[in-house]
Write a protein that binds this ligand. Structure first.
Ligand SMILES: [Zn+2]
Length: 264
């Protein structure tokens, strides 16, 4: 019996000896090649690539030459542009950008190391319309001092929007940089999700990192769903997690602000 792995190995062999165009055509016909297409989204058109394991790259900027080169450099596989993405791929992008939970999200993180995968898996847990600091991601994956490496891993996220690296902000609360098109794009996609980027910057400028409720005595990151429910007259603002705990407040179990407070 020929397994698909044997088939891929066989086709790789073929590629080495046959003219490239023939090998590529065989790959396409057998569905083993990686392909990409433009996918429309409510914010902007994206280039989306997919392979046998799932979505393998997304890029906002319409620069197909660089897209293909970057793809090859990371995965060691060629990617070919096609007219249209399969309905399942387009639908996955659409659903994640609309904030739906996609249970069986299939992504291909070829070429990334374990640390990068850990960072991206943790980032997938940040709810739609909320943000967390780099320090939080570092703490949650058990590398509290690796904030800078977390930032680098997120800047090189090959599947932005679907893996929401835009939901990770600077540890001082400022929105910060963004690999998939700079701060402007990051603000735009956060605003699309209902986060007010100006409000985030205002809080950061005032040094407010956490919001507590004087009825529950629980404190949160400002965008946590529990923090947003607190009415104005019951909101208490804290600059550090230590300040909050010294005032008798406990960290929220949903957004878990303590670790970030300790690491910052
Ligand atoms: Zn919370």
């Amino acid at each position: 019996m020929t397994t698909s792995r044997d088939m891929v190995a066989g086709l790789r062999g073929l590629r080495e000896t046959a003219p490239a165009s023939l090998a590529e055509r065989v790959m396409e016909v057998t569905g083993l090649t990686d392909t990409y297409a433009q996918v429309e989204t409510p914010i902007w058109p994206l280039l989306v690539a997919w392979g046998p394991a799932g979505i393998s790259a997304i890029e906002r900027i319409d620069d197909p030459g660089a897209f293909e080169e970057t793809y090859f450099a990371r995965t060691g596989r060629r990617v070919h542009r096609v007219e249209r993405a399969p309905a399942a791929v387009a639908r996955t992008v659409e659903r994640t950008m609309a904030g739906e939970k996609v249970r069986d999200l299939a992504v291909d993180l070829s070429g990334l190391n374990d640390f990068q995968r850990l960072v991206l898996a943790k980032t997938l847990e940040i709810p739609y319309g909320e943000v967390r600091p780099y320090a939080w991601v570092a703490q949650e994956i058990g590398h509290p001092r690796a904030q800078r490496a977390v930032g680098t891993a997120l800047a090189n996220n090959p599947i932005p929007f679907v893996i929401p690296c835009h939901r990770v902000v600077r540890s001082d609360g400022h929105i910060g940089n963004y690999g998939a098109g700079g701060p402007f794009a990051k603000r735009a996609v956060l605003a699309w999700e209902g986060v007010d980027p100006d409000e985030l910057e205002r809080l950061a400028n005032k040094g407010v990192r956490y919001i507590g409720s004087d009825t529950t005595n629980i404190f949160c990151f400002p965008t946590c769903r529990n923090a947003r429910r607190i009415t104005e007259s019951h909101r208490v603002r804290f600059r550090t997690g230590d300040d909050a705990e010294a005032a008798g407040y406990r960290p929220c179990k949903v957004c878990r602000p303590t670790g970030a407070a300790a690491a910052a």
